[in-house]
Design a protein around this ligand. Structure first.
Ligand code: DX5
Ligand code: ZN
Length: 216
C-alpha cells in the first residue's frame, strides 16, 4: 500500500472551513485528521462534536478523529454520529483500553490508539491484534507547529517489527512536525499515514504540498 496523507485541520482557517474542506476534497488528501482537545488531557482546547458534524457535511473522504481528551470512552457514539470513520484514543487517557477499543469497533469505526512521545511502543503489545491504527505522536500533543522529535524513527522501526511479527493489520500514523523534510525518512522507517498540519496549511500552495507529500 502506498502511504496515506492526512492533513490536520487544526492548522486550517476555522473561519473558512467549507472552503478548506473543498480544497482538501480536490487534492490528493486521503483522510481528514481532526484533533479534539479538552484542555485537561492536553493544555489546549480545539473543537468538538458540532464542528466535526459541520465539517462532515463538506467532506468526501474518511474522517480520522484524534481524541486528546480524558475518558474518551464517554463519547464514542457521539463521534460516530458526527461522522468519524476512524476514532483514536490515547493510551495514557484510557484506563480500560481493551474495552474502549471494543466499543469503538462495535460502532463500526476503525479503532486507533495514540502514544505520547514518552510512551514505549511495547505498551501496545496486548492490544496490537485488536486495533486498526497506531498513532505515534512525534510532538507532545496539544499544539500544531512544534518541532519533530527525532527519537520517533526508532519507535516506528520497532513498532513495524512488532506488527509484522504479530500479524496485526494496524497501520502506523505519525502525528506532529511532519514535513517534506522528514516524510521520506518516516516512510522508509515504516510509517503508513502522515498527518500534516502546519506544513500543508502554511504552505504557499497547500494542494501542491499535499501532492508532494503523497508522491515522495
Ligand atoms: C498535535 C495534533 C496534531 C497537529 C499536528 O497535538 O495532534 O495533529 O495538528 O500539527 P503539525 O503538523 O503542525 O505539527
Ligand atoms: Zn492529531
Amino acid at each position: 500500500m502506498s502511504h496515506l496523507i492526512a492533513p490536520s485541520l487544526l492548522a486550517s482557517d476555522f473561519a473558512n472551513l467549507q472552503s478548506e474542506c473543498e480544497m482538501l476534497n480536490n487534492s490528493e488528501t486521503d483522510w481528514y485528521h481532526l484533533d479534539v482537545m479538552d484542555g485537561v488531557f492536553v493544555p489546549n482546547i480545539s473543537f468538538g462534536i458540532p464542528v466535526i458534524e459541520a465539517i462532515n457535511r463538506h467532506t468526501l473522504k474518511p474522517l480520522d478523529v484524534h481524541l486528546m481528551i480524558v475518558q474518551p470512552e464517554r463519547y464514542i457514539r457521539d463521534f460516530k454520529k458526527a461522522g468519524a470513520n476512524i476514532l483514536t484514543v490515547h493510551i495514557e487517557a484510557s484506563t480500560h483500553l481493551h474495552r474502549t477499543i471494543g466499543a469503538i469497533k462495535d460502532e463500526d469505526m476503525k479503532a486507533g490508539v495514540a502514544l505520547n512521545p514518552h510512551t514505549p511502543v511495547e505498551s501496545l503489545e496486548p492490544v496490537l491484534n485488536d486495533i486498526d491504527l497506531v498513532c505515534l505522536m512525534s510532538v507532545n500533543p496539544g499544539f500544531g507547529g512544534q518541532s519533530f522529535i527525532e527519537k520517533t524513527y526508532d519507535k516506528v522501526r520497532k513498532l513495524k517489527q512488532m506488527i509484522n511479527e504479530s500479524g496485526s493489520s494496524a497501520v502506523i500514523e505519525i502525528d506532529g512536525g511532519v514535513s517534506i523534510n522528514n516524510a521520506k525518512q518516516l516512510i522508509d522507517a515504516g510509517a503508513d499515514v502522515l498527518v500534516a498540519g502546519s506544513s500543508v496549511f502554511k504552505a504557499d500552495n497547500p494542494t501542491e504540498m499535499i501532492s508532494r507529500l503523497k508522491n515522495i
